[in-house]
Design a protein around this ligand. Structure first.
Ligand SMILES: Nc1nc2c(ncn2[C@@H]2O[C@H](COP(=O)(O)OP(=O)(O)OP(=O)(O)O)[C@@H](O)[C@H]2O)c(=O)[nH]1
Ligand SMILES: [Mg+2]
Length: 334
């Protein structure tokens, strides 16, 4: 055999192997998780990002002194009747190189933490995120957590989104979200975990296009309102907006006596989903093709957030939507 033939054969064999590997990867990525009650979650992030602290907070083991993780800690965590195995990976470089890939490939979901107050390491963290996320299963939801939000120097989500170029994920066909948390105070950690659980259970789609939203108190007094979308879309929605506010007031009065209430109505070619919880009612306008249950979950979470942090009611409603569900809800400010 000549040298050229030999080289050609080697190249052919290499291509065959690559094809085979790609096929195996695609098959395993379509593995269904619906109906399962056991999931694995890989926690990633540079050293000191707060991965172990987050797990300890979820497990309510805050009294245990957190030390740097050598290798990997495997922790079992039960939440909403589901069992999770958390791969809490050591973030130091040697562990990233030797361990991360094989745990990421096995995980049903990936959570990446960044220390949002450690601006000096954003570039390193960004590079690490984009490198390792390629090893995640195509079906695995990816949650990006801006941790240490309790620190005064911590950056806002919009800045983190820009620094890490996370919008690129919108073009990626996988569930993705970004949230702000503090593993120290516990702020946002259950909302974050809820999102992972919701996606893993396949109970919802992960994107809802919200046209407009109105917040009222239980007497039907409008507290805040927002029209989303591009200017051309906003002009169309503006016509229906007056009617949306009337429907919100009527819903508030109807549901005054109940602690929690949900109602769906049609308004021309749109759906109006009303949710009342505690002291507030929140109505949103969505396209009929969008998942109503998902919209209702989003409304409910926003209202729960208002009951926990009443000062947030003062905020601009579009900012509240953006900070709670930045990439999940289409139609924020553009
Ligand atoms: N202020 C503040 N400190 C935090 C927070 N989360 C973690 N820390 C602190 O950050 C330090 C590192 O936390 P770890 O949980 O060990 O970080 P890790 O990502 O597990 O680090 P490695 O195991 O080395 O990869 C500890 O001193 C924590 O107390 C947070 O949300 N706020
Ligand atoms: Mg650790």
């Amino acid at each position: 055999m000549s040298f050229y033939e030999f080289r050609k054969r080697i190249m052919e064999e290499k291509k065959r192997r690559e094809r085979q590997e790609k096929q195996t990867r695609t098959e395993s990525s379509h593995e269904s998780v619906v109906g399962r009650n056991k999931f694995s979650v890989a926690l990633l992030g540079l050293e000191r990002a707060g991965k172990t602290s987050l797990v300890k907070k979820l497990l309510k083991q805050e009294d245990i002194v957190v030390r740097p993780t050598y290798g990997v800690n495997l922790e079992n965590y039960q939440y909403r009747d589901l069992n999770f195995t958390c791969f809490d990976l050591g973030g130091h470089q040697p562990f990233r190189l030797s361990l991360w890939k094989k745990f990421i490939e096995r995980a049903d979901s990936v959570i990446y933490l960044v220390d949002s107050a450690d601006h000096a390491r954003f570039d390193e963290s960004k590079e690490t995120f984009w490198h390792y996320i390629n090893f995640a299963k195509q079906s695995a939801p990816v949650l990006f957590l801006a941790n240490k939000s309790d620190l005064p120097k911590s950056k806002e989500l919009t800045e983190i989104n820009t620094s890490f170029e996370l919008d690129k994920f919108l073009r990626n066909l996988r569930p993705f979200n970004i949230k702000k948390v503090s593993a120290l105070t516990g702020q946002g950690i259950y909302e974050a975990w809820d999102w992972v659980v919701d996606v893993l259970c396949g109970a919802q789609q992960w994107k809802v296009k919200i046209g407009a939203a109105v917040l009222s108190d239980i007497d039907g007094n409008i507290l805040s309102e927002a029209i989303f979308g591009r200017p051309s879309e906003q002009a169309v929605i503006a016509n229906d907006f007056k009617k949306l506010k009337e429907l919100t007031k009527m819903f508030a009065v109807e549901s005054k006596e109940s602690i929690q209430s949900v109602k769906l109505e049609s308004l021309y070619k749109k759906h109006v989903s009303h949710v009342k919880r505690g002291a507030y009612c929140l109505s949103v306008m969505i396209d009929p093709i969008d998942p109503v249950t998902r919209a209702q979950q989003i409304q409910l979470r926003i209202l729960e957030n208002f009951s926990r942090n009443p000062v947030e009611v003062q905020k601009n409603l579009s900012e509240v939507f953006e900070s709670k569900f930045p990439l999940e809800v289409e139609g924020g400010r553009r």
